[in-house]
Each structure stands twice: as structure tokens, then as C-alpha cells.
Design a protein around this ligand. Sequence first.
Ligand SMILES: C[S@@+](CC[C@H](N)C(=O)[O-])C[C@H]1O[C@@H](n2cnc3c(N)ncnc32)[C@H](O)[C@@H]1O
Ligand SMILES: Nc1nc2[nH]cc(C(=O)O)c2c(=O)[nH]1
Ligand code: SF4
Ligand SMILES: [Mg+2]
Length: 213
Amino acid sequence: MYTVKEIFPTLQGEGAQVGRAAVFLRFAGCNLWTGQHKDKSKAFCRFCDTDFVGYDGPNGGKFETADQLADIVLGMWNSLTKGKTASPYVVCTGGEPTLQLDTPMIDALKKRGFTVAIESNGTRPAPRGLDWICISPKAGVPLAQREGNELKLVYPQTGALPQLFERLKFEHFFLQPMDGPQHRDNIEAAIRYCMANPPWRLSMQMHKLVGIR
Ligand SMILES: C[S@@+](CC[C@H](N)C(=O)[O-])C[C@H]1O[C@@H](n2cnc3c(N)ncnc32)[C@H](O)[C@@H]1O
Ligand SMILES: Nc1nc2[nH]cc(C(=O)O)c2c(=O)[nH]1
Ligand code: SF4
Ligand SMILES: [Mg+2]
């Protein structure tokens, strides 16, 4: 059984795949925050920009089997691309997708032609079979998944300096300015850091800038 908050078509707004058409599969629940406002100031992760509670979003629900869920994702891709032969792309996110995403689910998506990406906080090992692994470490929380395609650090975070991560086995290193009351200051600090430390690149959340999901 998979509990899914929402499924929606959009463009990847972050990281090295920015601008790419994708179906977003947002799993419910996270291991670093309950998702309840009252708990946010005591959570392990306190800056989350996402509602991942329940299964009441667009196309959300409880899905008994991987095939059922993969069929919904494929249907959404086909209505997005009007059946044109474009390589289907799905981004599994949440909440924390590693709490639910397993190899049978990845296989069901790949059987339907999908390239399968994940957005994870890295506290749990990524399941086998993924095509693109994006890890976004959180300060003070041990990192279990220490390799992948991109490391995308929300910046700044006290206790999570970029230097802590830049030796890990990733192809790309991004700083993503923390959205919230200090957004402008955080953008400027991230720009300064990237200009002085070229392995790091700036990841703006493009979808927010252009007003898409
Ligand atoms: C909502 S999370 C879901 C995936 C996973 N739980 C994680 O944290 O990577 C998706 C991405 O948004 C980032 N993010 C969350 N809140 C943010 C904020 N206020 N500003 C910038 N990025 C944020 C996360 O770090 C992560 O890279
Ligand atoms: N367009 C768009 N791109 C994204 N990249 C990562 C996202 C996420 O919430 O995981 C996200 C999202 O919510 N929307
Ligand atoms: S780990 Fe990800 S989903 Fe969980 S609270 Fe933090 S940003 Fe949100
Ligand atoms: Mg998001």
C-alpha cells in the first residue's frame, strides 16, 4: 500500500534537471517533521515549504499495488504529452519518499518507460533501481545516502556548512536559498558562496519564480 499526497505534471524546478517536463509523485509523510504547524519549531527539519500530510491532494489516495499507482502516473504523463514519444520522467518526492518508495514501485514505473528520479533528505538509503538521486541533507541529522547524482543543500543552515558535504560522491553540488522570511538575504548569501566556491552552483526554485507548481 502506498499513501500518496498528490500527483501532478509540471517542470522540474530545481537542480541539474531544471526545466524538464515531469510527473511529480508526492508521497505522504516525513521522518523529520509531522507536517503539523504546532510541531514545526521542534522538528528536525524546520523550514519545509510543502504540505505532505494525508492523501487528499490532486490525484492523491491510497494505492494497493505498484502497478495501480504506476498506471496513474503513466496516464498523467500521456495526457501531458498527448501521446507524443517523449521519454517519460517521474520525480518521486514527499514528504520523504524513501519511507514508501521501494524497488517494486520503481520497477513498475520503469516497465512503463519512465526515467525515475528521487528527491530525498538522505536519512535512509535510496532504494535500488533509481536513475537520478537528489539528496538534500538537513543539519544535525545523520546522512545515510552519501552518493548520488546531485547534492542540493538548502542554504544557509546552522550546522550544515557546504564544506561538510563537498567530498561526497555526487556529480553536482547545489546551494538552494532557503525560502521564507529571509529569502532575499539567503539568495545573496548563496550567490556569494557560489561565486567564491565554484564547485557549488545556485539552484533557484524556478517553479516559484514563474508561478507553476
Ligand atoms: C519538500 S522536500 C521533499 C523531499 C525530501 N523530504 C527532502 O527534504 O529532500 C523537496 C526539496 O525542497 C527543499 N526545500 C524544502 N523547504 C525548502 C525551503 N523553505 N526553501 C528551499 N528549499 C526547500 C528540500 O530541501 C528538498 O530539496
Ligand atoms: N516544479 C517543482 N519542482 C520541484 N523540485 C523538487 C520539488 C519537491 O517538492 O520535491 C519540486 C516541486 O514541488 N515543484
Ligand atoms: S525532510 Fe523534506 S519533506 Fe521532510 S520536513 Fe524537511 S524538507 Fe519537508
Ligand atoms: Mg517543492
